[in-house]
Design a protein around this ligand. Structure first.
Ligand code: HEM
Length: 523
C-alpha cells in the first residue's frame, strides 16, 4: 500500500503540510481568516527570531494558555453520560411535579458520578464516597438530584463543610495525599466529630471500592418535601438502585487497578455505553408524613441518619437509563453545573441544615468555576423548556434581551415575561422557637445507626471493614488520634473496637468517648 505519509506533502525543510481537499474544511483563525501554514511561525528570516507581528501564532497560543478552568472544589474527578428517566408509578397523590406524575414520558437527563477528594486527574478507585448527581431536563425546568452513593453524610450542619473538606483534601503544607483518607488531618477531624461515626462505617465498608460506576447506588440523602394539588406536604427520600446490583472490589484488587489503569471506572462506563450495554437504575422513594417522622427514634432532618426500610419501605417509581456518552468531555461533563436548589413545582426542601447550606454553595462556586453568571446558557446546563426573565448582560451573554424592556412590571412590551400563578411556591410551613446558633437534641445520638450498619454486614464484610480501619489508622502518626477513634468504636461494637486496637498494636483499650445520648440497638 502507498505510504500514509506522502512525500508530496513535505515542505522543503521536511515539515508536513496537509493541503485542503475533499471533505476537509479550511483551517481558519477564530475570526475566519484562512490559514495557509500551521507549521511555522512568522520569522524575520528562516533562522531568525519570531516576529511579534505573528497574530496567528499569538491567537493560537493565547487560546491554549486559557484552556483550563478551575476544577470543582470537591468532586473534581467525575464521569458523565446522557440518558433518560421514565416514570412507571405516578406520585400524583403526593406531588404536582409532572416528572413524578406523568408515567411513560422519557425525561432527558445528564448524570455525573464522581470521587470527592482527588483532583480532576486523580485515579478512579481510591477509597472514597462517590457523588451521584442527576440533572433532569423536565417540562417545568431543571430538577437536580445531587446525591452520593452513601445514604448519610459526615456532618449535620453546612457550617462544618469547609472544615471537613480541608481535613480530607491534601494537607496545605505538603500537597499530599491527593486522593486518600489515610492521613492525620482527616482522622483528626473525624475523631473530634462524633456525628461522623455512622458515615465512617459506610466509608470503611466495601461500598467505597465499587467494581463499576454501573454498580453503585445513589441517594438524595436529605428529606425533601412533595406537595400535592391540595397543598398537602409529604416528606420523601430518593434512592437510585442499580439494576446490575451492588458490586465491589477487594482492597488488594483496588490498589492494583489504581496502578494499572487510573481511568478504570471512566473507561468501563464509556465502553459499556458506547457498546450498547446501557446501565440502568430504579428510582425508589420513601414517603412519610410529619406525624410518622415525629415518631422515628432519630431526627429525619439530621443527614447523618437514614430511615431504615423496616420503618418506611421503598417504593420503586421509575428507571434511569444512561444511553449516550457526551460528544465532548469538557463541554458537558466538566461544565455541567448541578445545584440542589434546582427544583420543580411540587417538590420543596426540608429544614435539614446541611441541605440549607448547600442551597447557597453550588451556585456560588460555579460562578468562580465557570467564570460568568450566564453559565446556565451552556447547552448542558440550559433547561430544554422555554425560560424567560428580565436578567440581562453580564460576561458571555449569548441570549441578549430583545427590545427595550428589561424590567417588570411594564406596559410597553406585549411579549415580556410575567409571573405564572401556577409557578413554584414555597411550602407554607409553620415555624416557631428561639432563634440562635443551636442544635436540637434530637441530633445527639451518633452511634446507634453506626451500630445498625456494622451489624447488618456479613462476617466477611465486617472483617473488611475492620481491616480498612486498621490500614487507614496505621497511616496516622499521632497516637492520640488512633486512641480517640478506638474510644468511639466501642459505642458501635466491642469486637470491632478490639480488632482495631489489636490491629494497631495499641497497648490498652482507651476509655469510651463521652455520650450525649445512650446508644440503642435499632435492629
Ligand atoms: C459538588 C454531593 C454536601 C458543596 C458536589 C457534587 C456532588 C455533591 C455529587 C458533584 C456534582 C457534580 O458532579 O458536578 C453532596 C452531598 C452532600 C454534599 C450528597 C451532603 C449530603 C455539601 C455541602 C456543601 C457542598 C454541605 C457546602 C456547604 C459542594 C460544592 C461542590 C459540590 C461547592 C462543587 C460544585 C461545582 O463546582 O459544580 N456535591 N454534597 N456539598 N458540593 Fe456537595
Amino acid at each position: 500500500p502507498p505510504s500514509p505519509f506522502p512525500a508530496s506533502e513535505l515542505g522543503p525543510a521536511g515539515d508536513l503540510h496537509q493541503p485542503l481537499s475533499g471533505s476537509h474544511p479550511g483551517l481558519t483563525t477564530n475570526h475566519g481568516l484562512p490559514v495557509s501554514d500551521n507549521q511555522n511561525s512568522l520569522k524575520a528570516f528562516s533562522r531568525g527570531p519570531v516576529l511579534l507581528e505573528d497574530f496567528i501564532l499569538r491567537e493560537k497560543i493565547f487560546h491554549f494558555d486559557h484552556e483550563r478552568i478551575p476544577e470543582r472544589v470537591v468532586h473534581a474527578r467525575g464521569s458523565g453520560a446522557h440518558g433518560y428517566f421514565e416514570l412507571t408509578d405516578s406520585l400524583a397523590d403526593f406531588t404536582t411535579a409532572k416528572v413524578l406524575t406523568e408515567t411513560g414520558i422519557k425525561t432527558p437527563l445528564f448524570t455525573r458520578i464522581s470521587t470527592v477528594a482527588g483532583g480532576s486527574g486523580s485515579a478512579d478507585t481510591p477509597r472514597d464516597v462517590r457523588g451521584f448527581a442527576v440533572k433532569m431536563y423536565t417540562k417545568e425546568g431543571n430538577w437536580d438530584l445531587v446525591g452520593n452513593n452513601i445514604p448519610v453524610f459526615f456532618i449535620q450542619d453546612a457550617i462544618k463543610f469547609p472544615d471537613l473538606i480541608h481535613a480530607v483534601k491534601m494537607e496545605p503544607d505538603r500537597g499530599f495525599p491527593q486522593a486518600a483518607s489515610a492521613h492525620d488531618t482527616f482522622w483528626d477531624f473525624i475523631s473530634l466529630t462524633p456525628e461522623a461515626m455512622h458515615m465512617v462505617m459506610w466509608i470503611m465498608s466495601d461500598r467505597t471500592l465499587p467494581r463499576s460506576l454501573r454498580m453503585i447506588e445513589g441517594f438524595g440523602i436529605h428529606s425533601f418535601r412533595l406537595v400535592n394539588a391540595d397543598g398537602k406536604s409529604t416528606f420523601v427520600k430518593f434512592h437510585w438502585r442499580p439494576r446490575l446490583g451492588l458490586q465491589s472490589t477487594l482492597w488488594d484488587e483496588t490498589v492494583k487497578i489504581a496502578g494499572a489503569d487510573p481511568d478504570y471506572h471512566r473507561r468501563d462506563l464509556f465502553e459499556a455505553i458506547t457498546s450498547g450495554a446501557f446501565p440502568e437504575w430504579d428510582l425508589a422513594v420513601q414517603l412519610f408524613s410529619e406525624d410518622e417522622a415525629a415518631a422515628f427514634p432519630f431526627d429525619h432532618l439530621d443527614a447523618t441518619k437514614l430511615i431504615p426500610e423496616e420503618l418506611v419501605p421503598l417504593r420503586v417509581i421509575g428507571k434511569m437509563v444512561l444511553d449516550r456518552w457526551p460528544d465532548n468531555f469538557f463541554a458537558e461533563t466538566e461544565q455541567v453545573a448541578f445545584c440542589p436548589s434546582h427544583l420543580v413545582p411540587g417538590i420543596d426542601f426540608s429544614n435539614d441544615p446541611l441541605l440549607q447550606g448547600r442551597l447557597f454553595s453550588y451556585l456560588d462556586t460555579q460562578l468562580s468555576r465557570l467564570g460568568s453568571p450566564n453559565f446556565h446558557q451552556i447547552p448542558v446546563n440550559a433547561p430544554t423548556c422555554p425560560f424567560a426573565n428580565q436578567q440581562r448582560d453580564g460576561h458571555m451573554q449569548m441570549q441578549p434581551q430583545q427590545g427595550r424592556v428589561a424590567y417588570e412590571p411594564n406596559s410597553l412590551a406585549a411579549d415580556s415575561a410575567r409571573e405564572n400563578p401556577q409557578g413554584f411556591r414555597s411550602f407554607p410551613a409553620t415555624e416557631s422557637g428561639e432563634r440562635g446558633r443551636i442544635r436540637h437534641d434530637s441530633f445527639a445520638d451518633h452511634y446507634s445507626q453506626a451500630r445498625l450498619f456494622y451489624r447488618s454486614q456479613l462476617p466477611a464484610e465486617q472483617a473488611h471493614l475492620a481491616s480498612a480501619l486498621v490500614f487507614e489508622l496505621s497511616k496516622v502518626a499521632a497516637l492520640p488520634i488512633r486512641q480517640a477513634m478506638a474510644s468511639h468504636l466501642q459505642h458501635i461494637d466491642d469486637e470491632l473496637a478490639r480488632r482495631v486496637v489489636d490491629g494497631l498494636g495499641l497497648e490498652a483499650m482507651p476509655a469510651p468517648a463521652p455520650l450525649a445520648r445512650p446508644v440503642t440497638d435499632m435492629a
